[in-house]
Ligand binder design. Structure first.
Ligand code: COA
Length: 374
């Protein structure tokens, strides 16, 4: 069609009403269902945050207990999926594997989990099982057997346990739980939007989450946390930061972990993760990566006036916990699946197919030339 002016990247285009997450980009606040992320990071747990996102309110103790046991009961992966993960070449990136893993899981699931009206069951299942898929693949690609989930461990602790077979240090568990809370939702970010677009065709929840995983994978979205730590390792020492960053900026390259479409001030999630990264670096006795990141922050702010986003310090936290770099974005997915599914449920509850328009810029009156005459 011959439409009006284009907003590149849909900047500032409002596409829906949503009661899930509010971002105050000027005030630097992030709100889930009315609650400030800072309060949730301090007082809540990932499981409670899931309840909040899906049901719209904080649970009573018994409701939280029921949710926990439902999640625990849905952690196992089908044997057929494990065999499929085993067949995936070990060089495959874990996000590529996860896109296939979520899609393939759907074939092993009962049909009633896939109907829009039973999507809360699918939301529980996918949130419960994503850590198992990721940990199982990580073990298999190293030639090790997957570690079965442990019912007595909460979501964050169980994921770390399934990676190594050892119960993790409580300070790692706490930091990961907080990181999962902070990444759980972020309004109409790219992956959530793609999940909602898929759901708006009344496709099933597994398809919508598969779309979201593929979208999260990109370096401008979920892939940024991994890129940040690659940069830290490239830099080698805190003294090299200034020349590294200024040269990169002079080549008009982006510095991962900075800038945001919505936040015009510091991303509140970055401030919380900075504290955890610092704490874990001090505990480990090796603060080099943290010091490099702080220097990068200073130089980027001085040169470009940009603030860190959620991805600047998350990778440093995960690295301190011993999580391999290529699992950083899958860890983002472990958290964000709660938000994706909350949005999919919201989309189903008041659906109209999402179908925007474009302004056509090509020709319209060309005469067809037969193949032999071209
Ligand atoms: N490093 C250097 N410059 C940056 C930058 C960064 N990380 N982020 C934005 N900028 C600059 C752009 O070069 C552009 O400058 P220009 O106007 O002189 O060309 C300006 O700031 C606007 O950036 P733009 O890419 O148009 O903003 P956007 O709203 O389309 O994109 C992001 C937002 C998050 C994709 C973008 O800031 C980015 O690519 N950041 C790095 C990736 C990242 O950390 N992603 C995780 C997001 S949570």
């Amino acid at each position: 069609m011959q439409g009006g002016p284009v907003s590149r990247g849909l900047e500032d285009v409002v596409v829906a009403n949503s009661a899930i997450t509010f971002i105050d980009g000027k005030g630097g606040r992030l709100i889930y269902r009315g609650y400030d992320i800072r309060d949730l990071a301090q007082h809540s747990t990932f499981e409670e945050t899931c309840y909040l996102l899906w049901y719209g309110r904080l649970p009573k103790p018994q409701e939280l207990e029921q949710l926990r046991s439902k999640l625990v009961g849905r952690r196992e992966i089908p044997l057929g999926l494990e065999r499929l993960l085993e067949a995936i070449p070990a060089k495959t990136s874990p996000m590529e594997m996860l896109r296939t893993g979520v899609s393939a899981l759907s074939s092993f699931e009962p049909d009633d989990l896939k109907r829009p009206e039973s999507s809360i069951g699918g939301a529980l299942r996918l949130t419960a099982v994503l850590p198992t898929i990721i940990a199982a693949y990580h073990r298999l690609r190293q030639g090790k057997r997957p570690v079965a989930p442990r019912a007595d461990l909460d979501h964050a602790a169980n994921f770390l346990y399934m990676l190594t077979g050892e119960v993790a240090n409580p300070s790692y568990v706490k930091a990961l739980d907080v990181a999962l809370i902070l990444h759980a939702d972020h309004e109409f970010n790219a992956s959530t939007f793609s999940a909602r677009v898929t759901a708006s065709t009344l496709s099933d929840l597994y398809s919508a989450v598969t779309s979201a995983v593929g979208t999260l994978k990109g370096p401008l979205h979920g892939g940024a946390n991994e890129e940040v730590m690659r940069m830290v390792h490239d830099i080698h020492s805190p003294e090299e930061v200034e020349s590294y960053v200024t040269q990169k900026l002079a080549r008009h390259e982006k510095i991962m972990g900075f800038g945001h479409r919505v936040y015009k001030v510091e991303d509140p999630r970055a401030a919380i993760l900075r504290e955890y990264a610092k704490r874990l670096a001090q505990e480990s006795g090796d603060p080099k990566s943290f010091v490099i990141l702080r220097n990068v922050e200073e130089v980027v702010h001085h040169e470009k006036g940009l603030y860190p986003n959620v991805d600047l310090f998350s990778g440093a936290c995960y690295e301190s916990m011993g999580i391999p770099m290529d699992l950083f974005t899958p860890v983002f997915a472990i958290s964000r699946v709660s938000g994706w599914t909350a949005h999919i449920l919201e989309q189903y509850s008041d659906n109209r197919i999402i179908r925007p328009a474009s302004t056509y810029t090509g020709p319209t009156d060309l005469a067809y030339v037969p193949l032999a005459q071209r």
